[in-house]
Design a protein around this ligand. Sequence first.
Ligand SMILES: *[C@@H]1O[C@H](CO)[C@@H](O)[C@H](O)[C@H]1NC(C)=O
Ligand SMILES: *[C@@H]1O[C@H](CO)[C@@H](O)[C@H](O)[C@H]1NC(C)=O
Ligand SMILES: *[C@@H]1O[C@H](CO)[C@@H](O)[C@H](O)[C@H]1NC(C)=O
Length: 401
Amino acid sequence: MLSVTFLAVSLFGAVQLAAAQSSLYGQCGGINWTGSTTCSSGTCTKLNDWYYQCLPGSGSAAATTTTSTRASSSTTRSSTSASSTPSSVLSGLPRLKGVNEAGYDFTVYTNGSFSGTGVDPPAGQFTHFASQGVNAFRVPFAWQLMTPTLGGTIDSAFWTRYDKTVQQGLATGAYVILDLHNYARWNNAIINQGGPTTAQYASLWSQVATKYASNPKIIFGIMNEPHDLPAIAPWVQSVQAAVNAIRAAGATSQIILIPGSSWSSAQALPTEAGPQLLTVTDPAGGVSKLVFDVHKYLDSDNSGTHDECVTDNISVFQTLVNWLKQNNRQAILSETGGGHTQSCYTALNSQLAFIKNNYPTMLGFTVWSAGSFNTAYELSVTPNADGTDNQLWIQAVKPNL
Ligand SMILES: *[C@@H]1O[C@H](CO)[C@@H](O)[C@H](O)[C@H]1NC(C)=O
Ligand SMILES: *[C@@H]1O[C@H](CO)[C@@H](O)[C@H](O)[C@H]1NC(C)=O
Ligand SMILES: *[C@@H]1O[C@H](CO)[C@@H](O)[C@H](O)[C@H]1NC(C)=O
């Protein structure tokens, strides 16, 4: 639960910047909306009291080629699925293809403890990858770096470092995923199940969302790899509180990534946490901006800790895609990867091609990992010192950008 004080403070922070006309899929009205109420493309359509959106159709011929392609492929998707829900239920984002920029998560253990100071991802990587077509960077961070005291305020020194990196990503025109890399934990205790309270967790997201409330290229990755949760329902409550906090902070237009259980397992989502997570609502209207967040590695125990890959595991993704289509939802593969071996070049290429071919149900991928990882790290896609890319990037990732 959010405290009354916390909610009141957040609402007063919900100031929107006035814009010219809203673009297709942009907000164009709703309670407390002070931006444009006209659309440069599409028609301003009331979804609920809080959210009006510029949607395709009704006299506008101004839709871009990209939008038309997306809309028509969604129409195909809808017509072949059991539902006739219109394409506007989807997020409206382009296909995301990208990479993790690790460093601020270094020494976050899987028990949610942290013992380091973080390492800034190299600035040059953002332009390096963007020049090849990357349009999404996931930037993990330790909760303890962002708010050194649980439930406390953002550390300004860390914020300066983190935001500088985020801005380097945004400057390329890419989307940037803010990834809280804490496994649903703080110091070996689970959120809302003996550890941090849901209010402490929501407070972190309220503060971060306030900073980026007006930036449509920010994506909120509200938790990396929850695992070994005693129960799913408390986690779903915490997810709902984080979503509410982000919207109450004024960040009403952005995508929020919703992780399930079992290390954000792509295989587990449809049967484990997925059914309960379908009940999470979005104060900004609809659920098109709540995108599921899944991970999938291709080594023998699916852990991403071995050099050899044993499968592309397309069957797991086909099951996931079927489930998403039945529920008119999207997911992103925000971690996958492989070792520097021919088996991984082949399997990762095949997996990423499947993700690519299943857009928009699969919104896209961000590969693990570049950033401050050494080129010798077994899953590294960090560019070499001479500016060249490794074979995993060249053979498996680049063909799917
Ligand atoms: C938002 O709208 C509500 C209901 O109309 C109003 O009470 C509140 O003062 C508004 N908040 C802001 C920040 O404008
Ligand atoms: C978390 O795990 C790390 C690594 O195993 C360990 O050093 C640390 O003591 C653990 N933290 C807690 C609070 O148990
Ligand atoms: C595919 O992944 C699942 C877990 O996500 C695993 O249980 C299964 O063994 C994998 N299939 C192959 C062929 O490795």
